[in-house]
Ligand binder design. Structure first.
Ligand code: UD1
Length: 371
């Protein structure tokens, strides 16, 4: 069976890596082709992850780069179509919710190829989020929907998806975390910043709704500074956010020493470096999706700087607190988290490091039934 997987952005790599490993363990049955759309292209946003996750170089690099949503989606579609025709895969795997996910799925379906969506069924119910539009469109057309949690299953059933298309397999991002967390802890990357385990936080911010408005970006940063006057925060900065901070004249808000309380900016970090920092942090502040899940498995308090989350399981069973994006909301969430008695978070069902194996089990059954 020939399988083609599509990756494009930083959070795609750690989802496809365990699937590729699980497929290669059963290599006699599968031939795998990896396509990188090039949506993310900086060394620190892309090749650093291939290195850390020991992923082979992509078989095809479409080099689409940045652009408007329309330009980026159209460029992936235009460039991936001839690759799909040439490879003629039995199955196309897309992961997550980025523009490359949508473009890959749409093009493959129009070529009448079988499409599987990994991380299907997540819903924020917020149609101003480009990712929500991508998720809805991909789930509507994909043949096989691999889900991470019971909320995703419920969302798909409510939308009328036939049970035979839904495969509850768990979370491949957690497969990657579990495979690398021990090495990451040993790397003790916090020492590079002169920090002590548990005595610092990490921060990521890249959502357009948080970083494209000077007022909103400043409000979020000032709230973190006033809520955490005693905790150094390491902030690896997405290129988009870096450009906005400079453009809005907000550099004055940042500390010049990582070990001093305040927010300290770094370049984007590799997978192992950032997992190393997070695995020994005291607190994570983020507007990313995947970090909410990683924090739950690391058992670390996570403050999500958004009005909603497509990952409610991380609140119900994990360590996540939805703070919103106002000054009061963020300060209140920090206070709640820092004064709460420690509890043992539950681990969501099937977040056990074996999700990719379950995916390959399901796919193996397709190959038997299609031969
Ligand atoms: C994309 C995804 C988002 C995901 C995020 C992870 C969509 C709609 N959004 O957002 O869901 O959470 O990736 O990081 O697909 N840039 C660089 N170098 C790079 C990549 C981007 O400088 O390697 C800059 C460019 O100025 C670009 C901007 O970042 O215009 C935004 O990149 P883009 O891929 O469009 O969206 P992200 O914000 O990264």
């Amino acid at each position: 069976m020939r399988i083609l997987s599509v990756v494009g952005t930083r959070p795609n790599f750690m989802k496809v890596a365990p699937i590729m490993k699980a497929l290669s363990r059963r290599s006699a049955a599968f031939q795998h082709v990896l396509v990188h759309t090039g949506q993310h292209y900086d060394q620190r946003m892309s090749s650093a992850f291939f290195h850390d996750l020991a992923m082979p170089r992509p078989d095809f690099d479409l080099e689409v780069g940045s652009g408007s949503h329309a330009e980026q989606t159209a460029a992936v579609m235009t460039r991936i179509a001839p690759v799909l025709e040439q490879v003629s895969p039995d199955l196309v795997i897309v992961v997550g919710d980025v523009n490359s996910t949508l473009a890959g799925a749409l093009t493959a379906k129009k070529l009448n190829l079988r499409v599987a969506h990994v991380e299907a069924g997540l819903r924020s119910f917020d149609m101003t989020m480009p990712e929500e539009i991508n998720r809805l469109c991909v789930d509507a057309i994909a043949d096989d929907l691999f889900t991470t949690d019971r909320f995703a299953n419920e969302n798909l059933v409510r939308e009328g998806v036939a049970a035979s298309r839904i495969h509850f397999v768990g979370n491949v991002m957690i497969d990657s975390l579990m495979a690398h967390v021990e090495a990451a802890r040993k790397a003790a990357f916090h020492t590079a910043f002169g920090l002590t385990p548990g005595q610092y936080g990490t921060l990521t911010l890249h959502r357009p709704s948080n970083v494209e408005s000077p007022q909103k970006l400043e409000e979020i940063l000032r709230a973190i500074l006033s809520g955490l006057p005693d905790l150094p925060i390491i902030f690896p900065v997405h290129p988009r956010t870096r450009a906005r901070i400079g453009g809005f004249g907000l550099n004055k808000l940042f500390s010049d020493s990582p070990a001093k309380p305040g927010i300290f900016l770094t370049d984007p970090l590799g997978y192992i470096e950032f997992l190393s920092l997070n695995s020994q942090a005291g607190l994570i502040l983020t507007d990313s999706g995947g970090l909410q899940e990683e924090a739950t498995i690391l058992g670390l308090p996570c403050i999500t700087l958004r009005e909603n989350t497509e990952r409610p399981i991380t609140i119900e069973e994990g360590t996540n607190h939805l703070a919103g994006t106002t000054h009061e909301g963020i300060v209140a969430a920090i206070k709640t988290v820092r004064t709460a008695a420690p509890t043992t978070p539950r681990k969501p069902e099937k977040w056990d490091g074996q999700a990719a194996e379950r995916i390959v089990d399901v796919i193996s059954a397709f190959s038997v039934s299609t031969v």
